[in-house]
Design a protein around this ligand. Structure first.
Ligand SMILES: Cc1ncc(COP(=O)(O)O)c(C=O)c1O
Length: 371
Protein backbone atom coordinates (compact mmCIF):
# COMPACT_ATOMS: atom_id res chain seq x y z
CA UNK A 1 0.00 0.00 0.00
CA UNK A 2 1.42 3.40 -1.02
CA UNK A 3 1.27 6.02 1.69
CA UNK A 4 -0.27 9.48 1.24
CA UNK A 5 1.49 11.92 3.59
CA UNK A 6 -0.27 14.80 5.32
CA UNK A 7 1.99 17.30 3.52
CA UNK A 8 5.13 17.41 1.40
CA UNK A 9 7.56 20.20 0.53
CA UNK A 10 8.47 20.36 -3.12
CA UNK A 11 11.73 21.82 -4.39
CA UNK A 12 12.36 20.61 -7.94
CA UNK A 13 15.92 19.36 -8.66
CA UNK A 14 16.65 22.35 -10.94
CA UNK A 15 15.36 24.72 -8.24
CA UNK A 16 17.63 23.11 -5.65
CA UNK A 17 20.60 23.71 -7.99
CA UNK A 18 19.57 27.37 -8.51
CA UNK A 19 19.29 27.86 -4.73
CA UNK A 20 22.60 26.10 -3.98
CA UNK A 21 24.47 28.21 -6.56
CA UNK A 22 23.23 31.44 -5.02
CA UNK A 23 23.93 30.30 -1.48
CA UNK A 24 27.50 29.53 -2.63
CA UNK A 25 27.65 33.07 -4.01
CA UNK A 26 26.56 34.77 -0.78
CA UNK A 27 28.83 32.50 1.29
CA UNK A 28 31.73 33.57 -0.93
CA UNK A 29 30.84 37.26 -0.85
CA UNK A 30 29.97 37.31 2.86
CA UNK A 31 26.83 39.34 2.24
CA UNK A 32 24.58 37.10 4.31
CA UNK A 33 21.84 39.40 5.55
CA UNK A 34 19.85 42.40 4.26
CA UNK A 35 21.43 42.09 0.82
CA UNK A 36 20.28 42.06 -2.76
CA UNK A 37 18.36 38.76 -2.59
CA UNK A 38 16.27 40.00 0.34
CA UNK A 39 15.57 43.21 -1.57
CA UNK A 40 14.59 41.25 -4.68
CA UNK A 41 12.33 38.95 -2.62
CA UNK A 42 10.61 42.03 -1.15
CA UNK A 43 10.18 43.64 -4.58
CA UNK A 44 8.67 40.51 -6.14
CA UNK A 45 6.41 39.78 -3.16
CA UNK A 46 5.12 43.37 -3.28
CA UNK A 47 4.33 42.82 -6.98
CA UNK A 48 2.44 39.61 -6.19
CA UNK A 49 0.21 41.49 -3.74
CA UNK A 50 0.04 44.75 -5.69
CA UNK A 51 1.35 46.89 -2.81
CA UNK A 52 4.03 49.58 -2.57
CA UNK A 53 5.99 48.03 0.32
CA UNK A 54 7.03 44.52 1.34
CA UNK A 55 9.43 44.05 4.26
CA UNK A 56 11.03 40.63 4.76
CA UNK A 57 11.51 39.34 8.32
CA UNK A 58 12.46 36.10 10.04
CA UNK A 59 8.95 34.71 10.72
CA UNK A 60 5.23 35.26 10.27
CA UNK A 61 5.00 35.84 14.02
CA UNK A 62 7.50 38.70 13.94
CA UNK A 63 5.81 40.16 10.81
CA UNK A 64 2.56 40.47 12.75
CA UNK A 65 4.18 41.75 15.93
CA UNK A 66 6.09 44.42 13.99
CA UNK A 67 2.88 45.66 12.30
CA UNK A 68 1.12 45.84 15.67
CA UNK A 69 4.08 47.65 17.25
CA UNK A 70 4.09 50.12 14.35
CA UNK A 71 0.41 50.80 14.97
CA UNK A 72 0.99 51.24 18.73
CA UNK A 73 -1.33 48.96 20.69
CA UNK A 74 0.18 49.21 24.21
CA UNK A 75 -2.64 48.91 26.76
CA UNK A 76 -5.31 48.66 24.04
CA UNK A 77 -7.59 45.79 22.97
CA UNK A 78 -7.23 44.02 19.64
CA UNK A 79 -10.01 41.74 18.37
CA UNK A 80 -8.65 38.36 17.28
CA UNK A 81 -10.49 35.24 16.07
CA UNK A 82 -10.39 32.43 18.60
CA UNK A 83 -9.90 29.81 15.86
CA UNK A 84 -6.39 30.73 14.86
CA UNK A 85 -2.81 29.77 15.54
CA UNK A 86 -1.23 30.69 18.87
CA UNK A 87 1.01 33.32 17.19
CA UNK A 88 -1.89 35.58 16.12
CA UNK A 89 -2.89 36.32 19.70
CA UNK A 90 0.65 35.99 21.10
CA UNK A 91 1.85 38.76 18.75
CA UNK A 92 -0.80 41.08 20.25
CA UNK A 93 0.43 40.31 23.79
CA UNK A 94 4.12 40.73 22.81
CA UNK A 95 3.28 44.11 21.24
CA UNK A 96 1.75 45.21 24.57
CA UNK A 97 -1.97 44.79 23.77
CA UNK A 98 -4.81 42.58 25.01
CA UNK A 99 -6.28 40.06 22.58
CA UNK A 100 -10.09 39.92 22.73
CA UNK A 101 -11.11 36.55 21.32
CA UNK A 102 -14.10 36.45 18.96
CA UNK A 103 -16.19 33.51 17.71
CA UNK A 104 -16.23 32.32 14.09
CA UNK A 105 -18.52 32.06 11.08
CA UNK A 106 -19.33 28.39 10.33
CA UNK A 107 -19.43 29.11 6.57
CA UNK A 108 -16.00 30.67 6.12
CA UNK A 109 -14.15 29.94 9.39
CA UNK A 110 -13.53 33.74 9.50
CA UNK A 111 -15.10 36.21 11.97
CA UNK A 112 -18.59 37.70 11.36
CA UNK A 113 -19.20 41.47 11.18
CA UNK A 114 -22.08 41.16 13.68
CA UNK A 115 -19.78 39.56 16.28
CA UNK A 116 -17.12 42.22 15.67
CA UNK A 117 -19.67 45.02 16.03
CA UNK A 118 -20.70 43.65 19.43
CA UNK A 119 -17.08 43.21 20.59
CA UNK A 120 -15.92 46.78 19.83
CA UNK A 121 -15.51 49.01 22.91
CA UNK A 122 -13.77 52.30 23.71
CA UNK A 123 -10.58 50.29 24.40
CA UNK A 124 -10.48 48.64 20.96
CA UNK A 125 -7.59 49.71 18.74
CA UNK A 126 -8.36 47.44 15.80
CA UNK A 127 -8.72 43.85 14.71
CA UNK A 128 -6.74 41.04 13.11
CA UNK A 129 -8.46 38.84 10.54
CA UNK A 130 -7.06 35.45 9.53
CA UNK A 131 -7.74 33.88 6.12
CA UNK A 132 -8.12 30.37 7.46
CA UNK A 133 -6.90 27.67 5.10
CA UNK A 134 -6.27 30.32 2.39
CA UNK A 135 -9.97 31.27 2.09
CA UNK A 136 -10.68 35.00 1.87
CA UNK A 137 -14.17 35.36 3.33
CA UNK A 138 -16.79 37.19 1.26
CA UNK A 139 -17.36 39.34 4.38
CA UNK A 140 -13.80 40.72 4.44
CA UNK A 141 -14.71 44.03 2.81
CA UNK A 142 -17.71 44.39 5.17
CA UNK A 143 -15.29 43.97 8.09
CA UNK A 144 -12.98 46.63 6.65
CA UNK A 145 -15.93 49.02 6.21
CA UNK A 146 -17.16 48.34 9.75
CA UNK A 147 -13.84 49.01 11.49
CA UNK A 148 -13.16 52.08 9.34
CA UNK A 149 -16.61 53.46 10.22
CA UNK A 150 -15.52 53.15 13.87
CA UNK A 151 -12.15 54.84 13.19
CA UNK A 152 -10.22 51.62 13.81
CA UNK A 153 -7.85 49.56 11.63
CA UNK A 154 -7.79 46.03 10.29
CA UNK A 155 -4.62 43.94 9.92
CA UNK A 156 -4.58 40.66 8.03
CA UNK A 157 -2.73 37.64 9.33
CA UNK A 158 -2.35 36.14 5.85
CA UNK A 159 0.00 33.37 7.02
CA UNK A 160 -2.17 30.84 5.13
CA UNK A 161 -3.06 32.91 2.10
CA UNK A 162 -0.16 33.55 -0.34
CA UNK A 163 -1.76 34.10 -3.74
CA UNK A 164 -5.37 33.94 -2.46
CA UNK A 165 -7.79 36.72 -3.37
CA UNK A 166 -11.42 37.80 -3.43
CA UNK A 167 -12.81 39.60 -6.49
CA UNK A 168 -9.26 40.56 -7.51
CA UNK A 169 -8.13 41.93 -4.13
CA UNK A 170 -5.13 39.98 -2.85
CA UNK A 171 -5.08 38.55 0.66
CA UNK A 172 -2.99 40.86 2.82
CA UNK A 173 -4.14 44.05 1.07
CA UNK A 174 -7.68 44.65 2.38
CA UNK A 175 -6.55 46.33 5.58
CA UNK A 176 -3.80 48.71 6.62
CA UNK A 177 -1.16 45.95 6.48
CA UNK A 178 -0.83 42.20 6.14
CA UNK A 179 1.60 39.57 7.41
CA UNK A 180 2.67 36.32 5.72
CA UNK A 181 4.53 33.27 7.01
CA UNK A 182 7.02 31.18 5.05
CA UNK A 183 7.19 28.38 7.61
CA UNK A 184 7.89 25.03 5.88
CA UNK A 185 4.27 23.80 6.05
CA UNK A 186 2.98 26.84 4.14
CA UNK A 187 2.05 26.98 0.43
CA UNK A 188 5.46 28.58 -0.22
CA UNK A 189 8.43 28.55 2.13
CA UNK A 190 11.77 30.24 2.72
CA UNK A 191 12.61 27.58 5.39
CA UNK A 192 11.73 30.16 8.06
CA UNK A 193 10.59 33.67 7.30
CA UNK A 194 7.80 36.18 7.04
CA UNK A 195 6.74 39.24 5.06
CA UNK A 196 4.93 42.47 5.88
CA UNK A 197 2.93 44.04 3.04
CA UNK A 198 1.44 47.54 3.15
CA UNK A 199 0.72 50.70 1.20
CA UNK A 200 1.22 52.72 4.39
CA UNK A 201 4.56 54.59 4.36
CA UNK A 202 4.68 54.96 8.15
CA UNK A 203 4.20 51.23 8.82
CA UNK A 204 6.78 50.38 6.14
CA UNK A 205 9.37 52.72 7.62
CA UNK A 206 8.73 51.62 11.22
CA UNK A 207 8.91 47.98 10.13
CA UNK A 208 12.35 48.43 8.56
CA UNK A 209 13.59 50.12 11.73
CA UNK A 210 12.03 47.61 14.15
CA UNK A 211 13.30 44.49 12.33
CA UNK A 212 16.92 45.67 12.63
CA UNK A 213 17.37 46.39 16.34
CA UNK A 214 15.52 49.69 16.08
CA UNK A 215 18.32 51.26 14.04
CA UNK A 216 17.52 54.37 12.01
CA UNK A 217 19.14 52.62 9.02
CA UNK A 218 21.32 49.56 8.25
CA UNK A 219 24.58 51.48 8.31
CA UNK A 220 23.81 53.98 11.11
CA UNK A 221 24.18 52.91 14.75
CA UNK A 222 21.53 55.24 16.14
CA UNK A 223 18.87 53.14 17.88
CA UNK A 224 15.67 55.13 17.63
CA UNK A 225 13.20 52.35 18.62
CA UNK A 226 13.30 49.37 20.95
CA UNK A 227 13.49 46.97 18.03
CA UNK A 228 14.75 43.42 17.88
CA UNK A 229 16.69 41.09 15.58
CA UNK A 230 13.85 40.19 13.19
CA UNK A 231 15.96 40.24 10.01
CA UNK A 232 15.71 37.70 7.18
CA UNK A 233 19.05 36.21 6.07
CA UNK A 234 20.11 36.04 2.41
CA UNK A 235 20.01 32.20 2.24
CA UNK A 236 16.39 32.33 3.44
CA UNK A 237 15.56 35.03 0.88
CA UNK A 238 17.14 32.94 -1.90
CA UNK A 239 14.97 29.92 -0.98
CA UNK A 240 11.88 32.15 -0.76
CA UNK A 241 12.58 33.77 -4.14
CA UNK A 242 12.59 30.43 -5.91
CA UNK A 243 9.38 29.27 -4.23
CA UNK A 244 7.73 32.61 -4.99
CA UNK A 245 8.52 32.07 -8.68
CA UNK A 246 6.90 28.61 -8.46
CA UNK A 247 3.89 29.84 -6.44
CA UNK A 248 1.37 30.08 -9.35
CA UNK A 249 2.20 26.53 -10.49
CA UNK A 250 2.11 25.18 -6.92
CA UNK A 251 -1.31 26.76 -6.35
CA UNK A 252 -2.61 25.30 -9.63
CA UNK A 253 -1.48 21.84 -8.49
CA UNK A 254 -3.27 22.28 -5.16
CA UNK A 255 -6.43 23.54 -6.89
CA UNK A 256 -6.44 20.47 -9.17
CA UNK A 257 -6.39 18.20 -6.09
CA UNK A 258 -9.14 20.28 -4.48
CA UNK A 259 -11.39 19.91 -7.51
CA UNK A 260 -10.97 16.10 -7.34
CA UNK A 261 -12.00 16.26 -3.67
CA UNK A 262 -14.94 18.61 -4.44
CA UNK A 263 -16.34 16.16 -6.95
CA UNK A 264 -15.64 13.05 -4.89
CA UNK A 265 -17.18 14.45 -1.71
CA UNK A 266 -20.49 15.17 -3.46
CA UNK A 267 -21.47 11.56 -2.71
CA UNK A 268 -20.68 11.82 0.99
CA UNK A 269 -23.61 12.49 3.28
CA UNK A 270 -21.68 13.29 6.41
CA UNK A 271 -18.69 15.26 5.09
CA UNK A 272 -19.19 18.72 3.62
CA UNK A 273 -16.30 20.76 2.15
CA UNK A 274 -16.05 24.41 3.12
CA UNK A 275 -17.25 26.45 0.13
CA UNK A 276 -14.93 28.94 -1.53
CA UNK A 277 -17.01 32.11 -2.14
CA UNK A 278 -17.86 33.01 -5.75
CA UNK A 279 -15.21 35.43 -7.01
CA UNK A 280 -12.65 34.00 -4.59
CA UNK A 281 -9.37 32.29 -5.43
CA UNK A 282 -8.15 29.95 -2.72
CA UNK A 283 -4.56 28.69 -2.62
CA UNK A 284 -5.79 25.57 -0.74
CA UNK A 285 -3.29 25.81 2.05
CA UNK A 286 -5.86 23.51 3.63
CA UNK A 287 -8.76 21.55 2.20
CA UNK A 288 -11.31 21.82 4.99
CA UNK A 289 -14.34 19.53 5.32
CA UNK A 290 -16.89 19.58 8.10
CA UNK A 291 -18.24 16.33 9.54
CA UNK A 292 -22.02 16.51 9.91
CA UNK A 293 -22.17 13.89 12.66
CA UNK A 294 -20.07 13.91 15.79
CA UNK A 295 -17.48 11.46 14.46
CA UNK A 296 -14.49 10.56 16.61
CA UNK A 297 -11.78 12.49 14.71
CA UNK A 298 -8.87 10.82 16.50
CA UNK A 299 -10.21 7.34 15.68
CA UNK A 300 -10.94 8.37 12.07
CA UNK A 301 -7.41 9.70 11.60
CA UNK A 302 -5.86 6.59 13.13
CA UNK A 303 -7.92 4.23 10.95
CA UNK A 304 -7.16 6.17 7.75
CA UNK A 305 -3.46 6.10 8.58
CA UNK A 306 -3.10 2.55 9.91
CA UNK A 307 -5.44 0.70 7.53
CA UNK A 308 -5.23 2.80 4.37
CA UNK A 309 -1.89 4.68 4.59
CA UNK A 310 -3.61 8.08 4.40
CA UNK A 311 -2.49 10.83 6.79
CA UNK A 312 -4.87 13.75 7.26
CA UNK A 313 -3.35 17.23 7.60
CA UNK A 314 -3.43 19.24 10.85
CA UNK A 315 -6.67 20.99 11.76
CA UNK A 316 -7.33 24.75 11.67
CA UNK A 317 -7.54 24.51 14.61
CA UNK A 318 -7.89 21.54 16.90
CA UNK A 319 -8.68 23.74 19.93
CA UNK A 320 -9.79 27.39 19.86
CA UNK A 321 -7.43 29.81 21.61
CA UNK A 322 -9.81 30.58 24.47
CA UNK A 323 -9.37 26.93 25.53
CA UNK A 324 -5.56 27.17 25.55
CA UNK A 325 -4.12 27.48 29.07
CA UNK A 326 -1.80 30.35 28.13
CA UNK A 327 -4.75 32.49 26.98
CA UNK A 328 -7.08 31.59 29.86
CA UNK A 329 -6.90 35.17 31.17
CA UNK A 330 -8.23 36.48 27.83
CA UNK A 331 -11.04 33.91 27.53
CA UNK A 332 -14.35 35.80 27.32
CA UNK A 333 -16.41 32.69 28.23
CA UNK A 334 -17.80 30.11 25.83
CA UNK A 335 -17.51 30.79 22.08
CA UNK A 336 -19.82 27.99 20.95
CA UNK A 337 -19.40 28.00 17.16
CA UNK A 338 -15.64 27.56 17.39
CA UNK A 339 -15.94 24.95 20.14
CA UNK A 340 -18.22 22.94 17.88
CA UNK A 341 -16.39 23.40 14.57
CA UNK A 342 -12.83 23.11 15.81
CA UNK A 343 -13.82 19.61 16.99
CA UNK A 344 -15.87 18.74 13.90
CA UNK A 345 -13.70 19.41 10.86
CA UNK A 346 -10.89 17.59 9.12
CA UNK A 347 -8.26 18.70 6.59
CA UNK A 348 -7.56 16.39 3.67
CA UNK A 349 -3.95 16.17 2.49
CA UNK A 350 -3.05 18.69 -0.25
CA UNK A 351 0.44 19.50 -1.51
CA UNK A 352 2.07 20.48 -4.76
CA UNK A 353 3.19 17.40 -6.61
CA UNK A 354 0.25 15.37 -5.24
CA UNK A 355 -1.05 13.03 -7.95
CA UNK A 356 -4.69 12.41 -8.97
CA UNK A 357 -4.26 8.80 -7.88
CA UNK A 358 -3.16 9.93 -4.40
CA UNK A 359 -6.26 12.13 -4.19
CA UNK A 360 -8.39 9.17 -5.33
CA UNK A 361 -6.75 7.00 -2.65
CA UNK A 362 -7.76 9.57 0.01
CA UNK A 363 -11.38 9.59 -1.21
CA UNK A 364 -11.46 5.81 -1.41
CA UNK A 365 -10.13 5.43 2.13
CA UNK A 366 -12.61 8.00 3.43
CA UNK A 367 -15.47 6.18 1.71
CA UNK A 368 -14.47 2.90 3.36
CA UNK A 369 -14.25 4.46 6.80
CA UNK A 370 -17.15 6.94 6.84
CA UNK A 371 -18.74 6.96 3.36
C1 LIG B 1 -2.45 31.87 11.25
C2 LIG B 1 -0.97 31.91 11.54
N1 LIG B 1 -0.45 33.04 12.04
C3 LIG B 1 0.86 33.16 12.31
C4 LIG B 1 1.72 32.11 12.09
C5 LIG B 1 3.16 32.26 12.49
O1 LIG B 1 4.05 32.11 11.43
P1 LIG B 1 5.57 31.65 11.74
O2 LIG B 1 5.52 30.19 12.09
O3 LIG B 1 6.27 31.90 10.42
O4 LIG B 1 6.07 32.49 12.82
C6 LIG B 1 1.24 30.92 11.55
C7 LIG B 1 2.17 29.83 11.27
O5 LIG B 1 2.17 28.74 11.48
C8 LIG B 1 -0.16 30.81 11.29
O6 LIG B 1 -0.67 29.68 10.80
Amino acid sequence: MDKVPAAKIQFLPEDRIWIAERIQEVLASGQLTLGRYGADFEKKFAQLCGVRHAIAVNSGTSALEIILRSLGIAGRDVLVPTNTFFATAAAVVHAGGNPILVDMDPNSFAVRPEDIRKAITAKTAGMVVVHIGGIVSSQTQALVDLVEEKGLWIVEDAAHAHGSSYHGTAAGTFGIAGSFSFYPTKVMTSAEGGMIVTDDDHIAEESRILRDQGKASFTVNAHVRLGYNWRMSEPHAIIGLKHLERLPAMIEERRAVASIYDKGLEEFENLCPLKIPDGGICNYYKYIAVMKNQLDRKALKAELRDRYGVSLAGEVYEEPLHKQPVFAQYAPGPLPVSEDLCARHICLPVFSGMTPSEAAQVLDALKKVIG
